[in-house]
Design a protein around this ligand. Structure first.
Ligand SMILES: Nc1ncnc2c1ncn2[C@@H]1O[C@H](COP(=O)(O)OP(=O)(O)O)[C@@H](O)[C@H]1O
Ligand SMILES: [Mg+2]
Length: 162
């Protein structure tokens, strides 16, 4: 039985006339590495703010330090908004492998990203489009390269219109 660690019901956000998040119901389960995938402007950061109250992680080199600090605190949920968005390839790998390791140790993670390379580290992928969750994919836990697993993700992303 999955244990819910966070539940958002009827989440909504408007900026003036624009409805950015449209009545989203979402549950986050303990031990999952949940990834919210979606195009730029789909509402990922807004959704994460509604769920966490966090400020977006700062960019550049400070980003890797911020990730390390957030992870060391062993919070109930690690919230990450495009955690590799401002990192080069080497640091991106460091951060994602760190997430994979703490996830394997039981840490719950909620990450939003538009990077499919980052998304493949998750075991539950949600697809956000125009402020609504329009798809969900369950994957086995990431354990290094696995072409079957990655094909499954690729196919699903294609179905979602990525
Ligand atoms: N402070 C704001 N005022 C007005 N519109 C905003 C504001 N913040 C975000 N938006 C709009 O909300 C939409 C979703 O933004 P955001 O959640 O940042 O998307 P994502 O993180 O997926 O790129 C975008 O169209 C963006 O322009
Ligand atoms: Mg964003």
């Amino acid at each position: 039985m999955r244990e819910t660690v966070l539940r958002g019901c009827g989440l909504q956000k408007r900026y003036g006339e624009a409805e950015i998040i449209k009545e989203i119901d979402i549950e986050i389960y303990r031990g999952d590495f949940t990834v919210v995938m979606g195009a730029s402007g789909s509402g990922k950061s807004t959704l994460l703010h509604l769920l966490s109250g966090m400020d977006a992680v700062s960019g550049g080199e400070a980003q890797r330090v911020a990730v390390a600090r957030a992870v060391m605190a062993e919070p109930e949920i690690v919230f990450a908004d495009e955690p590799t968005g401002a990192l080069n390839r080497a640091n991106t790998k460091v951060v994602l492998e760190l997430f994979a390791r703490i996830h394997a140790e039981g840490q719950t993670i909620l990450m939003v990203t538009h990077d499919r390379e980052a998304a493949r580290y998750g075991n539950r992928i949600l697809y956000l489009e125009d402020g609504q969750i329009c798809g969900e994919l369950s994957l086995s836990h990431y354990q290094g390269k696995d072409s079957g697993r990655e094909k499954k993700l690729e196919r699903w992303l294609e179905e979602m219109g990525w």
